[in-house]
Design a protein around this ligand. Structure first.
Ligand code: TNX
Length: 510
């Protein structure tokens, strides 16, 4: 299992077998629990061929909501299995598998959904095949009590350098949630392209989402407002929060191509499809700048139910330090005005921030003064150190895809760090969570995206979810090995890292 659960207690002779009579019973009166039940049934039906009806009356797999637990009891004594050891937080769950049935208890539907991902991994890899398989669908008996170490476990995908469609993004979400990832950060705008339709500023997407706006002249592509809303809803059904990023004040050439009034002198600028960074900037001293940003922030906030709005803030080499400060100080209250919490790359923490703002550390240095100061001031930090968490770095010098400015990242490198140990002044209590960013300069297809994501993302996912005490490379690499047949069955391309003793074949019970 990845991420490894907080507590696993196997029980001999208590295996449960899913068969043609198995039904799923969900918490009475909860539409959300019902949808999680339907989600589980939909996962199990193709390979098993069973009907797996979902209802509130009967069923040997029960998904129950029980908020009356005692969070302090974690990890629980055995005295009263109905009451003790209940996990805290929305994503915690308790799973009991016995010969007579399976019971999941959680305080919230997100916990039921997390437990469904665990159940999926407990079944043979053939469960992930798209069509009927012969097999014994045995869940190993025992009890799991589980909850996340960090609330935020994210992936970022850059859809500005190369665009990916709503359907591709949905399929990516399907792959990510299996590792209990709960945030998808979308890098929507950059020098090359602008990928989200904005009311009142149609040229952003007509021009800068048009043909020839991807790196090396690929494209076109952008998310319509309806497409974005559809994606947000799809993600929410899977307990994934979309974090939209509008990068500013740098990385804005595409906006300036569409609207030259956003440049210092109002003169037209050329489309750029190379991969240089740090040459474009919004103008801190111009009111047009903030009128534009307010329209964009208002619209993005209105389309996004989640709490965060990411304002980029990285690599603003074309903005003076004074302008950068002026700019960030103007934008922070604008985001708050539309009810969102600011996330920004850690350069933003060079400016004094409200404690609700979240710096995202993407550096490779051993220290970062601004991030440490923000943490001391009460901000929570997202950890994405580029030499560990960047999914766009090459695995080895021979990797055909990816970049190497932060080094080569094999699976052991991706796994071998601790978010609460990475930066002086940023300890366990300051860490909101982890995120693995995937920049798309070299990625042209969903297969490219998956090949860079797997198998490294599971390493970051485990670091974000599992208790620190479970961290163990030997255990991890052997557990990771079991995902090869699952990814093959799901049609998910992955890099066959030689460090991992990949399982080649599925051994079948019958
Ligand atoms: C740095 S990481 C960037 C991006 C690039 C990336 C490539 C960050 C906040 N900015 O503009 O795409 O490197 O790895």
């Amino acid at each position: 299992m990845i991420p490894v659960p907080a507590e696993v207690r196997p029980a001999a002779a208590a295996d449960f077998t899913i068969d043609h009579g198995t039904a799923i019973r969900t918490a009475p009166g909860s539409a959300a629990a019902r949808r999680v039940g339907e989600h589980l049934a939909a996962l199990l039906r193709p390979a098993t061929g069973y009907a797996l009806p979902v209802g509130e009356e009967t069923g040997t797999i029960a998904l129950l909501l029980d908020g009356a637990g005692d969070p302090d009891g974690f990890p629980g004594d055995e005295a009263d299995p109905e009451r003790d050891g209940f996990v805290d937080g929305d994503e915690g769950y308790r799973l009991e598998i016995g010969a007579a049935g399976v019971t999941v208890r959680a305080a919230a539907p997100a916990g039921l959904f997390a437990a469904v991902q665990t159940l999926r991994q407990l079944l043979p890899a053939a469960i992930d095949a798209p069509g009927p398989q012969l097999g014994d669908w045995v869940l190993p008996g025992g009890r799991i009590v589980d909850r996340p170490r960090f609330a935020y476990r994210g992936v970022m995908l850059d859809i500005a350098r190369h665009f990916f469609t709503v359907d591709e993004l949905k399929s990516y979400i399907d792959a990510l949630v299996q590792f209990k990832i709960n945030h998808l950060h979308l890098h929507l705008t950059d020098d090359q392209g602008w990928r989200l339709e904005i009311d009142g500023w149609p040229r952003l997407t007509e021009v800068s989402g048009g043909a020839g706006t991807g790196v090396d002249g690929t494209g076109p592509g952008y998310l319509t407002r309806a497409g974005y809303a559809d994606l947000v809803a799809y993600a929410a059904e899977r307990f994934v929060t979309i974090v939209p990023e509008i990068d500013m004040p740098g990385h804005v050439n595409a906006a300036q191509v569409a609207y030259p009034e956003l440049t210092a002198d109002g003169a037209a600028v050329a489309v750029r499809t190379d991969t240089e960074v740090g040459y474009s900037s919004l103008v801190a001293g111009k009111e047009e700048t903030y009128a534009f940003i307010e329209d964009v922030v208002r619209e993005v906030a209105a389309l996004t139910p989640g709490p965060y709005l990411h304002i980029g803030g990285d690599e603003a080499q074309a903005t003076t330090a004074e302008d950068y400060r002026t700019f960030i100080q103007r934008v922070l209250p604008l985001v708050a005005k539309y009810g969102k919490r600011v996330v920004g790359w850690h350069e933003m923490a060079g400016v004094e921030l409200p404690e609700t703002a979240v710096p995202q550390f993407w550096g490779v240095a051993a220290t970062d003064e601004g991030t440490a100061r923000a943490a001391a001031n009460g901000s929570k930090v997202i950890m994405s150190p580029a030499d560990r968490a960047y999914l766009d770095m090459k695995y080895t010098a021979a990797s055909p895809l990816g970049l190497d400015w932060a080094g080569l990242i094999d699976v052991e490198q991706a796994y071998g760090w601790d978010p609460a140990d990475r930066l002086p002044g940023v300890g366990e209590e300051h860490v909101l969570g982890v995120e693995a960013p995937l920049w798309s300069e070299t990625l042209r297809s969903l297969a490219d995206v998956r090949t860079m994501t797997f198998p490294r993302l599971p390493a970051v996912a485990e670091i974000g979810w599992s208790p620190r005490a479970t961290h163990d490379w030997e255990s991890f690499r052997h557990r990771l090995a079991a995902f090869a047949p699952r990814w093959r069955n799901q049609g998910i391309a992955f890099h066959p890292s030689p460090e991992i003793p990949w399982v080649q074949e599925v051994s079948r019970g019958s």
